[in-house]
Every structure is written in structure tokens, then in C-alpha cells.
Design a binder for this molecule. Structure first.
Ligand code: SF4
Length: 233
């Protein structure tokens, strides 16, 4: 995808070159409690970018595939600032599908926010600002998108990052366990195992983790416990 810019005349001189203002297509910006990963429970501003090249079977944000408005970076930053939260989560869709997402992340870090990025694991994370906490999905077979896992991302992961498996069945669990061992992921960053909402009983997954002595962190999606699948929460 090409760089999305809007050319606006620079002020001060009629002959000055136009300035190029990066912009992004934004599905929604809202304030809620972080429902997942390391910042769970913190009041956070969510910036949801439009678009995703994947089609996971369990996707709960299909409404973000197409709808959205183009906003320039300063406008996005102003809206985020308006909520007065310390944590900001850039999510989607697949936020990295818009190259200008990298600039947004950098600007948010520069502004002093604790920034996290939720990404599908299918796109390159190498260019993401090192101050960002990256929450990277590993797509399991039941997602229908396991072929999209970009294993070239794994060497870039650090203790600041998290790998997230959404598990829909015992077969998914066994696949995830083997995937962890095969790619030696357990010591690289935090590994999160989540039951697929409405598909796998949370207790079953908790029991399997304990029985198998897996060094992973169990998590439930806090926002769904509180508000179900209400968009904007
Ligand atoms: S990567 Fe995320 S947004 Fe894209 S289809 Fe899968 S669950 Fe939905």
C-alpha cells in the first residue's frame, strides 16, 4: 500500500513547497478498559484502524474491514489526548496494513503514552518503534489463517512483547503447544493463551495448561466479560 498523504499549502510563502501530512483511515477512537494482554484493566484509548487482509473465523471486528474516515495524524493525536488516559492501544483490523501506522506509533510514544499495538502476526513488525509493546497473534488452525503466521517476526520479539494464541478446541491447544516448542517461543516473550469466545470453555483451557505444565499466561477478554461484543467497548 502506498503512503497516504494529503498535500496542503505551507504557510508563509506562496512559493513554498506543499507540506505532506500523513493520514490514516480510522474506524473508531474510543475509551475503555484494556481487556487483554499486559495492560489489562487499565483505562485506555483505542485507535482502531480500518482494514485487514485476513479473515479469521472468529473475527469480532468485521465492522472495521471497510468503514472509516481519513484523519490526519495531528487530529488523531488530539482526539486521543482528549480522553486523558495514559495507555493507548492501536488496533484493527490489521493496523500495520496502513504503512502510516508506524508514524502514528512513533508520535504516540513521543507524546509519552504507554503504547501497545495489536497485530495479526501476518505482517512485518520490524519497523515498529521499540518503545511499543507489540501484541502479536499466532493464528491457530481453527482461525482458518494459520498459513499467514509470519515466523520471520519471531526473532524481533522481546520481553516487552506478547504472543497471543486464541484457542478454539483441544486440537488447537495441542497445535499451539507444539508450535511453542518448535519455535522455542516460551523464553522469548510473554505467551498468552485465550479461549475462543463462545467456542471453548475457559475452564477447559485452564485445566489443560495446568495439566501440561505449560509456561504460558492464561487470559480472558475482560471487555467481553463486562460488555459482551458491544462495539466501542
Ligand atoms: S486478524 Fe484480527 S481483524 Fe483481521 S480477520 Fe483476524 S481477528 Fe479479524
Amino acid at each position: 500500500m502506498s503512503l497516504e498523504v494529503q498535500e496542503t499549502p505551507a504557510t508563509g510563502s506562496p512559493t513554498a513547497a506543499p507540506s505532506r501530512v500523513p493520514r490514516l483511515r480510522i474506524n473508531e477512537i474510543f475509551h475503555s478498559l484494556q481487556g487483554e494482554a499486559d495492560a489489562v484493566g487499565f483505562p485506555s484509548v483505542f485507535v482502531r484502524l480500518t482494514g485487514c487482509p485476513l479473515r479469521c473465523t472468529y473475527c469480532d471486528t468485521e465492522y472495521a474491514f471497510h468503514a472509516g474516515e481519513w484523519l490526519e495524524l495531528p487530529e488523531i493525536l488530539a482526539r486521543v489526548r482528549g480522553y486523558g488516559a495514559r495507555h493507548v492501544c492501536v488496533t484493527g483490523g490489521e493496523p500495520l496494513a496502513q504503512p502510516n501506522c508506524l508514524q502514528l506509533l512513533e508520535r504516540l510514544c513521543d507524546a509519552g503514552y504507554a503504547v501497545s499495538l495489536e497485530t495479526s502476526g501476518a505482517l512485518d513488525i520490524a519497523g515498529v518503534d521499540a518503545r511499543v509493546s507489540r501484541v502479536v497473534d499466532v493464528k491457530t488452525p481453527e482461525s482458518g489463517e494459520a498459513a499467514r503466521n509470519r515466523i520471520e517476526n519471531f526473532p524481533h520479539l522481546t520481553a516487552r512483547d506478547q504472543l497471543k494464541f486464541v484457542i478454539g478446541s483441544r486440537a488447537d491447544f495441542d497445535w499451539s503447544r507444539e508450535f511453542l516448542a518448535e519455535h522455542e517461543l516460551a523464553g522469548r516473550c510473554q505467551v498468552l493463551f485465550s479461549p475462543s469466545y463462545g467456542k471453548l470453555a475457559p475452564t477447559a483451557l485452564a485445566d489443560w495448561i495446568l495439566e501440561e505444565r505449560l509456561p504460558v499466561r492464561f487470559q480472558l477478554q475482560l471487555h467481553k466479560i463486562l460488555w459482551g461484543e458491544t462495539p466501542g467497548k
